[in-house]
Design a protein around this ligand. Structure first.
Ligand code: PGA
Ligand code: ZN
Length: 381
């Protein structure tokens, strides 16, 4: 694709923090940002001299005809570091804007939306566990899947109104309940609607390096890694959990491996892999997890993101494409899910998150109208 024009803008995300919007040939994309970001992630910040960077990149790219791979390689070379330390969020914003401009392929396989219904941890809330998620495993269409998640969210909110305090960074409900009470109550509501419950423990955030323990404040509980393993096994069993993300801290391949072997569940690496193919390779060799979170801004560029998705698929790891807690109405990850036939998308239930769900609802509807027979991806559960 020929790059005719390129611009960078400073905008804001759902947390009102500054972020970067990039425009290529009239197509825009905006960088998200995390609150529980892993230490192995690519850099995410708005560079101070963004106008200078814009001018230099215009010089470098405008008038050139290049592929996404060449564009991303040239961007990385311009930055000069593995983690994009010079350009920060400009990297993913531009790489996604290039992708938006060159276009997405559309398969007819739609992802299941896994939605954050109740939250805590770094996103705000009383539970140590960051996300209590619902996965509408029995949905036959994307519309039905979204409806199920919405119903669970609304019913939970109404039924336990006296215990609900508000919404957190991801539009998830904040309650007075502790971790186990939340699980018990959410499972009841999810069950009624044919959905299963999952967790993002985001264990990195509750890991106390000095004590070498996972700290659950609301439950007054401190667990060693071995006790954490037992606790995870217990709640997976008791609540028939379908999905557990980051049950241990970001460098504990060993414990992730043990939990993967012990349970038939989706054990999902987020901070563990940070969408990085080298870290995923270590996981594959060790047998840690059987699924991974895919967040384009964790690794920094679209090409790297897709390489990691390919590697995951080849090795039977289920990719789960995901929003960040700091978001905008950017719908790139919805289009990426369709393009790469990614079977699960984690994009919230309410709030600004609906932009990503609506994109897929519209795509489903359009395909149906054109007799292109959209269907839900194979979950293989
Ligand atoms: P983050 O959280 O975007 O704040 O890092 C999301 C997640 O951990 O999945
Ligand atoms: Zn996570």
């Amino acid at each position: 694709m020929e790059i005719k024009d390129l611009s960078l803008y400073t905008t804001i995300n759902s947390r009102t923090e500054k972020t970067v919007t990039a425009e290529i040939n009239g197509n825009m994309a905006t960088a998200p940002s995390g609150a529980s970001a892993g230490s192995h992630e690519a850099s995410a910040f708005v560079p101070e001299k963004i106008e200078d960077i814009e001018n230099e990149l215009k010089e470098l790219f405008v008038g050139k005809d290049m592929s996404q791979l060449e564009f991303d390689q040239a961007l990385r070379e311009y930055d000069g570091s593995e983690k994009l330390d010079k350009i920060g969020s400009v990297g993913i914003a531009l790489s996604l804007a290039y992708k938006q401009a060159s276009g997405f392929e559309k398969s007819n396989k739609f992802p299941y939306p896994i939605g954050n219904a109740v939250g805590g941890g770094e996103h705000g809330g009383n539970t140590a566990i960051q996300e209590f998620l619902v996965l509408p495993v029995e949905a036959k269409t994307f519309k039905e899947a979204v409806e199920i998640n919405s119903k669970i969210y609304r019913e939970f909110k109404e039924r336990y109104a006296s215990k609900i305090l508000g919404m957190n960074d991801e539009g998830a409900l904040v309650t007075r309940m502790d971790d186990e009470e939340t699980l018990e109550k959410l499972c009841k509501v999810a069950d009624k609607h044919g959905a299963r419950v999952g967790l993002d423990v985001a264990a990195n955030e509750i890991w106390d390096e000095e004590k070498e323990k996972y700290v659950y404040k609301a439950m007054g509980m401190e667990l060693s890694p071995k006790q954490q393993l037992k606790f995870m096994e217990k709640i997976i069993d008791e609540y028939n959990l379908v999905y557990v993300e980051d049950p241990f801290h970001e460098d504990d391949y060993e414990m992730h491996k043990k939990l993967t072997i012990e349970t038939g569940d989706l054990i999902v690496g987020d901070d563990l892999f940070v969408t990085n193919k080298k870290r995923l390779q270590t996981g594959i060799e060790e047998g840690s997890c059987n699924s991974l979170i895919v967040k384009p801004n964790q690794v920094g560029l679209v090409t790297d993101t897709y390489e990691t998705v390919e590697k995951a698929k080849k090795n039977d790891y289920i990719p789960v494409i995901s929003h960040r807690s700091g978001e905008t109405c950017d719908t790139s990850i919805s289009s990426m899910a369709l393009e790469k036939e990614i079977p699960i998308i984690k994009a919230g239930i309410a709030d600004i998150r609906i932009a990503k769900l609506n994109k897929l609802l519209l795509e489903w509807d359009k395909m149906e109208r054109n007799n292109l027979k959209p269907e839900m991806a194979e979950l293989g559960l």
